[in-house]
Design a protein around this ligand. Structure first.
Ligand SMILES: C[S@@+](CC[C@H](N)C(=O)[O-])C[C@H]1O[C@@H](n2cnc3c(N)ncnc32)[C@H](O)[C@@H]1O
Length: 356
């Protein structure tokens, strides 16, 4: 374990591939929108010279407190609490960025601490907020949402086929007593589902779905991608690590939308003028067997990298000064070779290590 990974309680996935993808320039300005425990951020910082800048964000106040304590003495680093969806509102990004990283989902410390309420394997208050200082907790949401809304969330974000049955059970239970603990919810879900093959806990999909809803994860991702695109300088790199197919689909389609002209269709046989503003760098990257053996979280990780092209920056007001020239090659988003592996590995945060 090198210095970048030491003592953080969270092991960064696809570490070398992220740093390779970002192509860190010593005098560049980089934003890590998901600081976590700083594994990737430390790697970026090691490659920056005295002129470089590193901007750090996280929704989680605990992550931000760690970043502030660790980098208080480093004038190259600025830290801000908040969602990367709002990165363009941060004046530090106004001069443009040479690289943006989003390493999505939850960190190991968030999962490991029962009080955060993310894990069905550890009994704790049913919270699940990355930022416990704002918004509704999972318990609050489950207390007030309609049966239909609960079922929709479980289906949409967890692909849970028994979504209606689970929603019905939640509404029946809460009429008797509020559902306040992770174990209570996990046991309730398990009690109404048919016995599975034992590979994953029956609450895996539901916990995943509720977490995505409570933290508005997909909406934030869409807004964050747009904001990063607006702030990247020509030649600047975007690197995004997804952990499930819903996220990866958004990232893949976002890159494709900015890199490739939409295909002509029968309804619109003449393709309107299209100027690419991104090019995909390589294919989707996955962890190799050695990394997965070392860090099971890496099993579902998919990294996509794109480069901002020289055009389209007028709208953001960002000049390309100091950036490497963008290649005219428009590239193309590469489709994943197949769907993600089935649920046990698709949802690693709630996987084997998290079983009750
Ligand atoms: C997988 S961890 C990042 C780990 C980090 N790359 C490292 O090496 O330590 C994800 C982190 O992103 C944060 N996060 C998730 N969505 C976010 C968002 N929309 N805005 C800001 N932070 C977010 C979570 O709170 C969590 O700390």
């Amino acid at each position: 374990m090198d210095r970048a990974h030491a003592g953080s309680g969270h092991r960064p996935v696809l570490y070398a591939q992220v740093l390779d993808g970002l192509q860190v320039r010593a005098d560049g300005i980089y934003l890590d929108g998901t600081f976590g425990r700083g594994g990737h951020a430390r790697g970026v910082l090691e490659r920056l010279g005295p002129e470089g800048r590193l901007l750090l964000m996280d929704k989680d106040p605990e992550a931000i407190a760690i970043a502030q304590a660790e980098f208080a003495g480093d004038a190259r680093v600025s830290v801000r609490h908040g969602s990367f969806a709002e990165l363009a509102d941060w004046s530090a990004t106004a001069d443009g960025l040479d690289g943006v990283l989003f390493d999505l989902g939850v960190s190991s410390p968030q999962l490991d601490v029962a009080e955060r309420g993310f894990s069905f394997g550890k009994d704790g208050p049913l919270d699940m907020r990355m930022d416990p200082t704002s918004g509704e907790s999972a318990a609050e949401w489950l207390a007030s949402a309609s049966e239909r809304e609960i079922a929709d969330v479980l289906w949409r974000y967890g692909e849970e086929r028994q979504s209606r049955r689970i929603a019905r059970a939640i509404v029946a239970r809460r009429a008797q007593q509020p559902i306040l603990r992770t174990r209570e919810l996990a046991e309730l879900i398990a009690s109404v589902l048919p016995r599975g093959d034992g590979r994953i806990h029956p609450a895996t999909r539901s916990f995943q779905a509720i977490r995505i809803h409570i933290n508005r994860e997909l909406g934030d991702l869409e807004a964050g991608l747009d904001a990063a695109h607006a702030r990247l300088k020509p030649g600047g790199r975007l690197a995004v690590i997804s952990f499930h197919s819903l996220e990866d689909r958004i990232v893949k389609q976002f890159i494709a939308r900015h890199a490739k002209a939409p295909p002509a269709s029968r309804r619109m046989p003449v393709v309107p003028d299209f100027t690419p503003t991104l090019r995909a760098i390589g294919d989707a990257i996955k962890a190799d067997e050695a990394e997965i053996a070392d860090n099971p979280r890496a099993r579902s990780a998919v990294l996509r990298v794109a480069e901002k092209l020289g055009i389209g920056n007028r709208e953001s007001g960002i000049e390309g000064a100091g950036s490497s020239p963008a290649s005219p090659d428009t590239g193309g988003a590469s489709p994943l070779s197949g769907r993600f592996p089935v649920p046990d590995s698709r949802f690693p945060h709630l996987g084997a290590g998290d079983a009750p």
